[in-house]
Design a protein around this ligand. Structure first.
Ligand SMILES: Cc1ncc(COP(=O)(O)O)c(C=O)c1O
Length: 398
């Protein structure tokens, strides 16, 4: 029996290999007796608030919530999303056609290209960027056109640098701020430019706003839908995973252009039947509580950021302080490749991080730390890394 025959070639284009590799390195480090500090995967270490968990517990006892939920999201969920989006960003939505429930934003991002493009089309993606963007294109047979993001430009793309002949083939352009992995943020004037470009070029603008509630120093990340007329060309993805620590519950939503959302809904109607209604009830509670008695996640991560960046500086590794997201995007000291540094650091110190190369060609030269541990663990991680850097020196060449 040829088991290789049961594997499609497109799996090789998904680019997720490095994440499983890091999981293997962690297992080896644990087997070698190391206390592993997991700053690799951005999975929140805190639970949702008690109010959210209570609503989930109550809802799970209601027999009528065990029917197939339907792809759209319950009317109550869609209404609450529209209320929250208006409360948070001042943008008005029709809950019928301009809100769609998702099994996490990953679901929407992974399926979008299949819903709105044809094989042979092209799409603009950030480089570096979150890997599912690329995976979604690979599955749909769509060509990736990378938009280079560099520190010099604050990790914002240069729309003017994209030639006309590329724009002619592009179906959608994907942006995400606060950004994973670069931790950069974008203000409303950037989104005004992006909407204007999308209108001029006739492309769909897709904004992944998974970190909308995670920003520091008083910055409140905007929604692309705050730009007047954005709904003509834009959709936005939101996640309850980071904003409300509900990553394991798998719920998010897409809002904005009704035609693009119809396409995504039509595809998903053939693939899944929506999010467990009890989970939708918990999400309603999360959004409701956020409007009535907010318990924002930003300050928690801001304290962690301050602790980690200061301790790393003391350890000899200067990292520009992130302004949003849950990540620190750390320039590799010395001549290591990002992969060799992440691997050796994990083997020697037990601190797990993701090599920047996992996020695209321009991620090389960086390592991504997720601030998903309490402050004392982050300081401990930095202290161990400091000893490691002193032993190996930034000049070590691999
Ligand atoms: C930028 C970005 N978008 C989307 C997601 C997926 O989130 P969800 O849990 O909503 O599927 C993540 C998760 O890490 C992310 O970093």
């Amino acid at each position: 029996m040829n088991r290789q025959a049961w594997r499609s070639d497109r799996l090789d284009r998904l680019g997720s290999a490095i994440f499983s590799e890091v999981a293997g390195w962690k297992a080896a480090a644990r087997a070698a007796g190391l206390d592993v500090i997991q700053l690799d995967i951005g999975s929140p270490d805190r639970p949702p608030s008690v109010g959210i968990r209570e609503r989930l517990a109550e809802a799970s006892l209601r027999p009528e919530l065990y029917r197939y939920p339907g792809t759209d999201g319950s009317p109550d969920f869609r209404r609450k999303v529209a209320e929250w989006v208006e409360h948070r960003f001042g943008a008005k939505l029709d809950p019928e056609r301009e809100v769609l429930s998702l099994m996490g934003t990953q679901d929407g991002l992974g399926h979008l290209a299949l819903a709105v493009t044809n094989p042979g089309d092209a799409a603009l993606l950030p480089d570096p960027g979150y890997p599912v963007y690329q995976a979604g294109l690979a599955v749909a047979g769509v060509e990736t056109v990378p938009m280079p993001l560099t520190a010099e430009r604050g990790y914002l793309p240069d729309f003017e640098a994209i030639p006309d002949r590329v724009w002619d083939r592009v179906k959608f352009m994907l942006l995400s701020y606060p950004s994973n992995p670069t931790a950069a943020v974008a203000d409303l004037s950037f989104f005004e430019q992006a909407v204007a470009v999308a209108k001029k070029r006739g492309v769909l603008l897709v904004h992944d706003n998974a970190y909308s509630e995670m920003a520091y120093d008083g910055f409140r990340p905007p929604s692309v839908l705050e730009v007047p007329g954005a709904k003509d060309v834009a959709i936005e993805f939101h996640s309850l995973s980071k904003s409300f620590h509900m990553a394991g519950a798998r719920i998010g939503f897409a809002v904005g252009n009704p035609d693009a959302l119809d396409s995504l809904r039509a595809l998903k109607n053939n693939i899944d039947f929506g999010v467990f209604l009890a989970v939708q009830e918990a999400a309603i509670a999360a959004l409701d509580l956020d409007m009535k008695a907010p318990d924002p996640v930003g300050p928690v991560y801001e304290r962690r950021r301050d602790a980690f960046i200061a301790a790393m500086a003391e350890a000899g590794w200067d990292i520009p302080p992130p302004r949003g997201s849950m990540f620190a995007w750390a320039p590799v000291p010395g001549a290591w490749s990002s992969r060799e540094l992440a691997r050796t650091m994990l083997e020697r110190t037990g601190v797990a991080a993701i090599p920047g190369s996992a996020f695209g060609a321009l991620g090389e030269g960086y390592v991504r730390f997720a601030l998903v541990a309490p402050e004392d663990r982050l300081r401990e991680a930095a202290a161990r890394i400091g000893r490691f850097l002193r032993d190996h020196g930034p000049s070590e060449t691999r």
